[in-house]
Design a protein around this ligand. Structure first.
Ligand code: CTP
Ligand code: MG
Length: 171
């Protein structure tokens, strides 16, 4: 596989490849309150295992919408290996986000507290890990372009959420 796969533009390719993962990462935000994945349990350090920000409903909703986006590609491109790889990327995004919360709790950062880098990239690392595990050939260029897109989208969406009054701070 060359540097680009779908089109001759690496930016469009990065959006296509990482869109299911980004969708899976974004839609749980609309889950206001759900059943915590850790069921409220504490870890051996006395802090929550994951915290109230990681719910079963959020996980299922994220998976569902990520799978829908992936399935649309598979039909359009008639590529069912890619379908499995993109499904994996959605699962990886959600697992990466969960691992990110686990790490934050161990560092003593409460649910919703800031962990610059980890907050933005936990899902991206998870998605890439499962893409690689399913033999998806990620070029360094694609990875970096995807990373830049994720960072820009994170800043932009937080600004919009702040303007709309969904968030108290613009970051
Ligand atoms: N969410 C969810 N279930 C998930 C992931 C996210 O319900 N598996 C929802 C929660 O309402 C969460 C919101 O999406 O508050 C935003 O996700 P995120 O920023 O990852 O959570 P935080 O609240 O910042 O918590 P943490 O500090 O654990 O990252
Ligand atoms: Mg967060």
């Amino acid at each position: 596989m060359g540097l680009t796969m779908f089109t001759n533009n690496v930016i469009i390719d990065a959006i296509l490849v990482y869109l299911p993962a980004m969708v899976s990462n974004a839609v749980p935000v609309f889950i206001k309150k759900g059943t915590p994945l850790d069921r409220g349990k504490l870890f051996i350090d006395g802090r929550r295992i994951l915290g109230d920000g990681k719910t079963i409903e959020g996980f299922i909703t994220g998976l569902y919408f990520g799978f829908i986006v992936s399935t649309l590609y598979a039909i359009m491109l008639n590529d069912y290996i890619l379908l499995l790889q993109l499904w994996a990327s959605s699962i990886g995004a959600l697992l990466g986000d969960i691992i990110g919360s686990f790490v934050k709790r161990r560092m003593g950062i409460p649910r919703g507290g800031k962990a610059i880098g980890l907050d933005q990239l936990d899902f991206y690392i998870g998605a890439n890990a499962l893409l690689v595990a399913t033999m998806f050939n990620i070029s360094t260029q694609l990875f970096i372009v995807g990373l830049v897109i994720v960072m820009i989208l994170h800043i932009a969406t937080n600004r919009v959420a702040y303007i709309l009054g969904l968030k108290n701070v613009p970051w």
